[in-house]
Design a protein around this ligand. Structure first.
Ligand SMILES: [Zn+2]
Length: 457
């Protein structure tokens, strides 16, 4: 048919339809939240490859017909690239692609990426600053409200000797915040406003969501985490994949070529017997650390113990009071000080803790000891900071006398240089603050010196 004649016919049809049916558009259908997004477990991690240790557990959940999703708070774009010249944001895009392929290979295609920036240090506060914490927190709360998880599993928010990546800690911090706030109808209320236009661009139309349980996994192999949560075995056979569960972690890891090309080429060159022998490295018992639960159950009980399909109402977090500081106080600040307050603010003071503040740094590196000093009296006060160090250490700055103004609040830093020599044992550094002939505080930090690893800041 002549195209002009077709157009004329269409116009005639439309005009006739409008003339015959002048009533307004019909009532739109009543839509419920999108069921395709609903999950049982939401894993919240920082970088592509962070999922590796938890993949065997997620595959077990899929075999039980549970739904899982994984959130990455960064794209892991700050690393090296073993595959090509792509760096920075382009490397982030490549790593996102590697990760999506990895998880799709074991049946996980529900993957979300947030806008945090990969920040290579041990300092969680630097990660939160570089991510613009509020922005990523809003994105994560939105993701929780979209996916409505029964359980959130995430990195342990704490400062421990281990890899101790600041981004891992920050993922755990924001996941804990999201657990406590996604059900709160006053938090990010624009997400909870119903759309007012057909093509709405501002109001999300979501509902508050209270997740029932929160579990952590640490970035450290310390014994203090043993027995603090549920365990699971990884030697069973995955029903859909027909490989042992531990091997699902082994197989997904092979996709992270920009990070581990040489290692992965060795993995790929293994014959079946050699792969089977890898169970000693990749298998064994998996475990989580119990964070908090709003349903009945035990600390070491199954992750889904006490969980029923019925949603639960928002439960405001039970904050625990902060200890009141003395008239003059000197405290450890930085990430160590932050976590003291964070645990209380989120009702997780029972989480495993190091006996005393600890850190691992490179041999010969500088250790910064961040302090907060408060003088809540109406008189100026002289405070003396004395440092006691193991052999080989030196004080660069920060020891000596300080005068605190009346009602004065200060940050201060003691800078120490670690020895280059090899030491196997942990070392203890000690800062003592005193005023008016009395000791205000004795701050001890247990330090492990190692050959490399992430910088303190
Ligand atoms: Zn990571």
């Amino acid at each position: 048919m002549n195209p002009l004649r077709l157009l004329g016919l269409l116009l005639l049809l439309i005009t006739t339809a409008v003339a015959q049916n002048p009533t307004p558009s019909p009532t739109p259908p009543l839509l419920k939240p999108d069921e395709r997004l609903k999950v049982d477990v939401l894993l919240v991690v920082a970088h592509p490859d962070d999922e590796t240790g938890v993949v065997p557990y997620l595959v077990q959940l899929i075999d039980q017909h549970k739904h899982v999703a994984v959130v990455y708070t960064t794209h892991g774009e700050a690393g090296h690239n073993n595959m090509g010249p792509e760096r920075a944001q382009s490397l982030g895009s490549v790593r996102e692609m590697e990760l999506r392929h990895a998880l799709a290979s074991v049946g996980i295609d529900n993957v979300w990426f947030l806008s945090g920036r990969d920040t290579p240090s041990q300092n969680v506060l630097e990660s939160l600053a570089n991510w613009r914490q509020g922005a990523v927190e809003e994105e994560l709360v939105r993701t929780v409200r979209l996916t409505r998880p029964e359980v959130i599993i995430t990195w342990m928010p704490g400062f421990f000797v281990g890899e101790n990546h600041g981004d891992h800690q920050a993922a755990g911090v924001l996941a804990t915040e999201a657990f406590d706030s996604a059900g709160n109808p006053t938090v990010f209320p624009a997400q909870l406003a119903g759309p007012v236009k057909v093509n709405e661009t501002l109001l999300d139309g979501l509902q508050p969501w209270q997740t029932k349980k929160l579990y952590y996994f640490p970035d450290s192999a310390d014994d203090i985490f043993k027995g603090t949560g549920p365990t699971y075995q990884t030697n069973g056979m995955a029903k859909a994949l027909k490989i042992p569960y531990w091997r699902a972690g082994f197989e997904t890891f092979k996709y992270h070529l920009t990070q581990y090309r040489t290692f992965i080429e060795r993995m790929k060159a293994m014959d079946e017997n050699q792969v089977a022998g890898q169970e000693k490295n990749w298998g064994g018992e998996g475990s989580f650390v119990f964070g908090k639960s709003l349903v009945p159950g035990n600390v070491t009980g199954d992750v889904f113990e006490g969980i029923t399909p019925k949603p639960i109402a928002f439960v405001p977090v039970g904050r625990e009071p902060y200890p009141q500081p003395g008239a003059i106080s000197v405290e450890l600040s930085g990430p160590w000080g932050f976590y003291e307050k964070f645990r209380r603010a989120h009702g997780i003071t029972k989480l495993p803790q190091a006996k005393e503040p600890e850190i691992a740094i490179k041999r010969g590196a500088t250790l910064l000891v961040p302090l907060e000093l408060h003088n809540h009296t109406d008189a100026a006060k002289n405070v003396t900071i004395a440092v006691k160090l193991p052999e080989g250490w030196t004080t660069e700055s920060g020891a000596g006398g300080l005068t605190l103004d009346p009602q004065g609040d200060y940050y201060w830093q003691v800078t120490l240089d670690a020895p280059k020599a090899e030491t196997k044992e942990r070392q203890e550094i000690e800062c003592t603050a005193s005023a008016d002939g009395k000791t205000l505080a004795t701050i001890k930090i247990s330090v492990q010196l190692r050959n490399g690893g992430l910088p303190q800041n």
